[in-house]
Ligand binder design. Structure first.
Ligand code: FAD
Length: 394
């Protein structure tokens, strides 16, 4: 089979790209390893930045998030020195987040793409991209019935995430800059209403704890976690008790408890592939760069890169103008490195030393730096503006 653009992966990057290409009259096909149900029920991100919403607005893809999402512009830091709030929506450039679960956005995008008559093949796993340095690349796949197949294209868009075929098919010269923040999170989805009307960041000598609203009935929590410990090692009771301690519920009010719907382990590692274009193979989203979830940037970068890539591919295929494709990598990498830099700053701010033996009652070097950063953030309007601009920016 063939298409001018074969898009690997139907996450936010692949779907936005597919929709924009289809709307521009470009022949494209999406190949997705999982089922439709799986992709539109997989809970991950929830915080959409203003620029992401502008992109979705621009292309008529934001009805669901304006209908069911909520606006959010406050975060609260809790430390041994008390708590303070930053109304980041009123600082910096005045940008707020929209809180809208990623799976709902994916469901909306998928419905939109199918309404347009877009081609998508579920249960189709890309195995490798071949001949990317030529003008007729092809993708080998395992089709829904298990038989092997080949999809030929003029361009292949690798939007298939961190473990996808696009990354596996990079030429030997591609650089992968990898960094391990050395921290692990236990990510939790609780069937419970949010406990505070802000994103909660608790900095505690026992480790970080985070609180993020998702919907009126579901809340995300994170616990800094000992690397290597299985997600199921603690009972629900122990997890809630630990969240209480780190979020200092005794001082600042109780957490709404509920059944834990999901647990996942996240090692806070990150990487950047450089460049993002290898001949006819172009990477976008998590396939291009992986960010630690501390600053909620991944889905936002995925949407931004998809829009840039759609414009570049449309120029190339409809008008023979390849300037956009030539500049694609540099343009996206500027955004990616800025997001990585801020994510690294947030990660260092929030976490106790990953080695409990070095925490020393909150008096370790790392803890002292974090305290000093927070003191500056609490008192300096300039620092607050910088934080707000980067926190909601992509
Ligand atoms: P994905 O969403 O990973 O989609 C890739 C798709 O490709 C998948 O559907 C997959 O099934 C498919 N695929 C994989 N391999 C193949 C193959 N070989 N062949 C065919 N298909 C394949 N980001 C934010 O911006 N804000 C947040 O608040 C936030 N919170 C997060 C919380 C958690 C717990 C996690 C894990 C992530 C979070 N992120 C957040 C990051 C965000 O979810 C990702 O950056 C985003 O999903 C990237 O989109 P994508 O389209 O590039 O990749």
């Amino acid at each position: 089979e063939s298409a001018d653009v074969v898009v690997l992966g139907a996450g936010p990057a692949g779907l936005v790209l597919g929709i924009l290409l289809h709307a521009a009259g470009i022949d494209c096909a999406l190949l997705e390893r999982a089922s439709r149900t799986h992709v539109q029920t997989r809970a991950r991100a929830g915080f959409l930045a203003p620029n992401t919403v502008r992109i979705l607005d621009r292309h008529g893809l934001s009805d669901g998030l304006h209908r069911d999402g909520t606006r959010h512009g406050t975060c609260e830091f809790r430390t041994q020195d008390g708590r303070f709030r930053l109304d980041y929506g009123a600082l910096g450039q005045g940008g707020q987040h929209h809180v809208y679960p990623q799976q709902n956005l994916v469901a909306d995008l998928l419905a939109h793409y199918l309404d347009l008559g877009g081609r998508i093949r579920f249960h189709t796993e890309a195995l490798a991209v071949h001949d990317a340095d030529g003008t007729r690349p092809y993708v080998t796949t395992r089709e829904p019935d298990g038989r092997p197949a080949r999809w030929t294209a003029r361009y292949v868009a690798g939007c298939d995430g961190r473990h996808g075929a696009a990354r596996r098919s990079l030429p030997p010269g591609a650089a992968r800059h990898h960094h391990d923040h050395g921290v692990t999170w236990l990510g939790l989805l609780a069937e419970a209403p949010p406990s505070l009307d802000a994103v909660g960041y608790a900095i505690h000598e026992r480790g970080f704890a985070g609180h993020m609203a998702r919907t009126p009935d579901v809340t995300r929590y994170y616990l800094q976690w000992q690397r290597g410990t299985p997600a199921e090692a603690w009972t629900e009771q122990r997890i809630w008790d630990e969240l209480d301690v780190r979020m200092r519920a005794a001082d600042h009010g109780p957490l709404h408890r509920g059944r834990l719907l999901e647990r996942g382990i996240f090692d806070l590692t990150c990487d950047v592939i450089e460049p993002l274009r290898h001949g006819s193979l172009l990477l976008a989203g998590d396939a291009a760069s992986l960010l630690a979830p501390a600053a909620a940037k991944g889905a936002n970068l995925a949407v931004l890169e998809a829009e840039i890539l759609a414009g570049a591919l449309t120029d190339a295929l409809a008008r023979g103008d390849t300037a956009g494709l030539d500049g694609y990598s540099d343009r996206c990498l500027a955004h990616i490195w800025r997001a990585q830099e801020f994510t690294g700053w947030m990660t260092r701010l929030l976490h106790a030393d990953p080695d409990p033996a070095r925490r020393g009652g909150g008096s370790s070097f790392r803890a002292a730096l974090s305290r000093s950063r927070l003191a500056s953030l609490r008192t300096s309007r300039t620092h607050q503006d910088w934080f707000a601009e980067n926190y909601v920016g992509v």
